[in-house]
Design a protein around this ligand. Structure first.
Ligand code: A3P
Length: 308
């Protein structure tokens, strides 16, 4: 997207902005690129679970499901801390610098669940070397799509929630030429898709999770080698529903990044719906998007559903 168009978006003046810089051609935050070596040398442990997603793909939802499975459906245990603090976000830079984040993860007792938005080629190699018991849970969503359109803004502001209106943003955006933090969505999802043939990766789709949450929760439990009773499964499905998570302060990001995420403008738990792009894309944007999507996804067997 042309960054000059961003100026039309009336973004709040108070938001934190950071410069971007590249690692192997992928745009990341400058603070991260400066301490990249430390992240690259991150020592994974064999029993780590890594939740690897593209931004806005349903990461937090997957994190909650994974935690509830690990805590055998005990909601009190899952509310011990916010999502952000329960699962270190490897390459994040705020409010602590990435170096401190790595130290925090190092100090965490096993078994750890970690989060990353890194494209597969930038993942610290120790995750592969350790052949982590559950290397990665991949939740990827694409709805043409609002979720991505929000992520897109992150390259500029890092705070998608600072948008006054998504509609205004989309009106200004070129829906196909995104320059985004963590790089191209297409490359990201294709990269992890390919990696699953060689590594222990469970690849999940947001649309499947919406369509049949219990089935997908069972899939994740099996991957984590956990048996769930019907009662626990029901409890997890209930507590990880959009409606319940939206009201859960330990999962809805109202306790983290205060003063940066403005939930009155756009709550983190915004809609949680498939195909919301239909409410925002114009016919012309949609056509342009489809054409570009077809081209960029022509070399993969990966197929996304744009609606249910
Ligand atoms: P929307 O903005 O479309 O509502 P991430 O955690 O990767 O940043 O993804 C955030 C998106 O996941 C938001 O999408 C949020 O509403 C959605 N989400 C979070 N928890 C969810 C749940 N339990 N069910 C459905 N969607 C959920």
């Amino acid at each position: 997207m042309a960054t000059d168009k961003m100026k039309d978006l009336n973004l709040k003046e108070t938001i934190t902005r950071t410069e971007l810089a590249e690692v192997e051609g992928v745009p990341l935050t400058k603070p991260l690129t400066i301490t990249w070596d430390q992240v690259k040398k991150f020592k994974a442990r064999p029993d780590d679970v890594l939740i690897a997603t593209y931004a806005k793909a349903g990461t937090t939802w997957t994190q909650e499901i994974v935690d509830m499975i690990q805590q055998n459906g005990d909601t009190e245990k899952c509310r011990r801390e916010t999502t952000y603090k329960r699962h270190p976000f490897l390459e994040w830079f705020f409010p602590e610098p990435p170096s401190l984040r790595v130290e925090l993860a190092n100090a965490m007792p096993s078994p750890r669940t970690l989060k990353t938005h890194l494209p597969v080629q930038l993942l610290p190699p120790s995750f592969w070397e350790q052949n982590c018991k559950s290397t990665a849970v991949m939740a990827t969503v694409f709805q043409k799509q609002l979720r991505n359109s929000q992520a897109l803004v992150m390259g500029e502001s890092l705070v998608p929630h600072a948008l006054r209106t998504l509609r205004a943003f989309l009106a200004a955006a070129d829906v196909t030429s995104f320059s985004v933090l963590w790089g191209s969505w297409h490359d990201h999802v294709k990269g992890w898709w390919k990696a699953k043939d060689k590594h222990r990766i469970l690849y999940l789709f947001y649309e499947d999770m919406k369509q049949n949450p219990k089935q997908e929760i069972q899939k994740i439990a099996k991957f984590l080698e956990k048996d769930l009773s019907q009662e626990v499964l029901n409890k997890i499905a209930h507590n990880t529903s959009f409606e319940v998570m939206k009201e859960n302060p330990m999962a809805n990001y109202t306790k983290d990044f205060q003063g940066i995420m403005d939930h009155s403008i756009s709550p983190f738990m915004r809609k949680g719906a498939v195909a919301d792009w239909k409410n925002y894309f114009t016919v012309a944007q949609n056509e342009k998007f489809d054409e570009d999507y077809k081209k960029k996804m022509s070399d993969t067997s990966l197929v996304f559903r744009m609606e249910l």
